[in-house]
Design a protein around this ligand. Structure first.
Ligand code: PGA
Length: 252
């Protein structure tokens, strides 16, 4: 199979940022992005803004979604938002297992797997985030860590659930730090992740989009996206700056 036939993505992760006026300006910028059948531009935003995005993006190919979903379906879970609720607002994407959720809000591998399952069930495209801390990298266990994170999901929902999903490799030490993994460092882990998934299911491994995240900028995007197993980026800080985000999209 020739490389680069996989679907490619640039997805912004606004995190806990935004207001109606600033969002409107960013969405305007997204709307001028040229669409492409195999390239997806998306943004994952705080829950209260779904209505705004639904209106602003109604006639566009830009996708949007959540930064997290509940592991529960419904019931007495104060403060939670279910994947089905997210889907009702036209969302197509849902991040699960972002390192900030894992580190700050206690999302274990098992919880992440449950959230992944809920997103799938609701018809969303889950973007499963995995990645090692600097201590884990220095201890030489990067592959062990990302394999464990993927395995938890595969054990919970089955390998078939990865079909139509997206993986994002985000080394924790590169997130929001300005320290990007070098293209070679990132490619090494992406290649490992692809072959790890392919060991379970060849076809799913070869078609699975694997995004890189961690201080992606328009200045480094082209080199990262040029790696054989990097199918785009998950972008935090730079997704809040229209010119940066569009520059990254153009590098895809
Ligand atoms: P960053 O964040 O681009 O600001 O490093 C990436 C992410 O957390 O998804």
């Amino acid at each position: 199979m020739p490389i680069k036939t996989r679907q490619r993505f640039v997805v912004g992760n606004w995190k806990l940022n935004g207001n109606l006026a600033a969002n409107a300006a960013l969405l305007e910028a997204c709307l001028v992005a040229e669409t492409h059948p195999r390239k997806v531009l998306g943004v994952c935003v705080p829950f209260p803004y779904f209505g705004q995005l639904q209106l602003a993006l109604a006639k566009s190919a830009v996708r949007y979604g959540a930064q997290d979903v509940s592991r529960f379906d419904q019931g007495a879970f104060t403060g939670e938002v279910s994947a089905a609720m997210v889907a009702e607002f036209g969302c197509q994407l849902a991040l699960v297992g972002h390192s900030e959720r894992r580190a700050l809000f206690g999302d274990s591998d098992e919880v992440v797997a449950e959230k992944f399952g809920r997103a799938k069930q609701a018809g969303l495209t889950p973007i499963l985030c995995v990645g090692e801390t600097i201590a884990e990298r220095e201890a030489g266990i990067t592959e062990v860590v990302v394999a464990r994170q993927v395995t938890a999901v595969v054990q919970k929902v089955g390998i078939e659930a990865l079909a139509g999903a997206v993986l994002a490799y985000e080394p924790v030490w590169a997130i929001g730090t300005g320290k990007t993994a070098s293209p070679a460092q990132a490619q090494e882990v992406h290649g490992f992740l692809r072959s790890f998934v392919a060991k379970h299911a060849v076809e799913i491994g070869s078609t699975l989009p694997i995004l890189y995240g961690g201080s992606v900028r328009k200045s480094n995007a082209a080199e990262l996206f040029g790696q054989p197993d990097i199918d785009g980026g998950l972008v935090g800080g730079a997704s809040l700056v229209a010119d940066e985000f569009l520059g990254i999209w153009q590098a895809l």
